[in-house]
Design a protein around this ligand. Structure first.
Ligand code: KG4
Length: 334
């Protein structure tokens, strides 16, 4: 079964064709980074307009790359939540038109479930149940993946997402948007151990997380240095910051796997590309005898293939939608 997957929840327009949820036939992505870099973050209005401009051409590209005709597509899967509402509506409206014109099924896909499904593309034998650490620009969650479509959130951030925290900390260190990758590169230039940063705990919710205090601490250190003329060891701050983020994420993911009784852990989302977090996950999973799945870097960030992959399993579960499907800025995983 060939599914065309559409992703437009934030600043990447992406269309992909995936066979049987596992085999990528094409996966072009049109990034808007250059448009938003000027403002240091995503401007929703600009994002929506850029999706409108890109989506038809990108769909043609996905068909051409896959060597497919339109009538060979069996269903259209689309991210319907969560994300920037205008950006989501662009992809959703396009997906509806396509499904209507081709008389094929329309499959709504939750963006975070899509990120998790990126692992099915990278690891053909992977099957639920497993634990997922979903860490992206807008969400940070520890999820028990009971089945392809049935999931339970065991822990989540109470404030900022890990990626958002990376982007804000990077900005104050003078790095370009999006800051995750430049922070990763800068952090590798230092061994750290210079700056003491706070690690919050949520009372009575040991698997929940918080990143806003950490973000504020980095901003304060950078501003204090600028105001007093003290030297700022940017690389050490990047390293110590990344260590703090990893210390927030990795032990909780391991603890959650033990609580849920899972011996497999999958990472997902843009922040799962971070080299230090990947290293920490490898070490801790090995020590705790948990089989770790780390998607390749090109499948960590937003892409259409992950939406088509999850779409396949939603389709098998009978989760198709009518033409009244709406988009939602926030939406539970259930
Ligand atoms: O999953 P994603 O592409 O979009 C969302 O669904 O939100 O994640 C984007 C986030 C951005 O915050 C970006 O800075 C972060 O992932 N990111 C990284 C790295 N590469 C991307 N964060 C840390 N280290 C990286 N190497």
């Amino acid at each position: 079964m060939k599914i065309l997957g559409i992703e437009s929840s934030c600043d990447e327009t992406a269309v992909s064709i995936v066979e049987d949820g596992r085999r990528i036939l094409s996966n072009p992505v049109a990034s808007q980074i250059n448009l938003h870099a000027l403002y240091g973050g995503v401007v929703p209005e600009i994002a929506s307009r850029a999706h409108v401009e890109a989506i038809a051409g990108l769909t043609e590209q996905a068909l051409k790359d896959a060597g497919c005709q339109r009538d060979e597509i069996d269903a259209v899967a689309v991210t319907y939540a969560p994300g920037l509402i205008g950006a989501l509506l662009t992809g959703l409206s396009f997906a509806k038109s396509l499904a209507f014109a081709l008389k094929i099924d329309l499959i709504p896909v939750h963006h975070i479930k899509g990120h998790i499904a990126a692992n099915y593309l990278a690891f053909p034998d992977l099957k639920p149940p497993f634990l997922a650490l979903a860490i992206s620009g807008g969400n940070t969650m520890i999820i028990d993946v009971e089945d392809y479509t049935r999931m339970k959130i065991l822990g989540a951030t109470r404030d900022d997402a890990a990626g958002e925290c990376f982007d804000k900390a990077a900005r104050v260190l003078g790095l370009p948007y999006p800051g995750g990758k430049p922070m990763d590169d800068l952090a590798k230039q230092s061994r750290g151990g210079v700056y003491k940063l706070p690690l919050a705990r949520v009372t009575d919710a040991p698997l929940d997380m918080s990143f806003s205090g950490l973000k504020t601490a980095v901003v304060n250190i950078a501003h204090h240095a600028a105001q007093t003329g003290e030297d700022l060891d940017r690389a050490a701050l990047a390293r110590d910051f990344t260590r703090a983020v990893s210390d927030m994420l990795v032990p909780r993911a391991i603890q959650a796997a033990k609580i849920a009784g899972r011996d497999m852990l999958c990472a997902a989302g843009g922040v799962a590309a971070n080299s230090i977090i990947r290293e920490d996950l490898r070490r801790e999973c090995e020590e705790n005898k948990i089989q770790l799945y780390l998607p390749p870097l090109n499948l960590c960030g937003d892409n259409g293939a992950m939406i088509a992959a999850q779409g396949y399993y939603e389709y098998l579960a009978g989760h198709t939608a009518g033409m009244d499907l709406n988009a939602f800025a926030t939406r539970d995983l259930a």
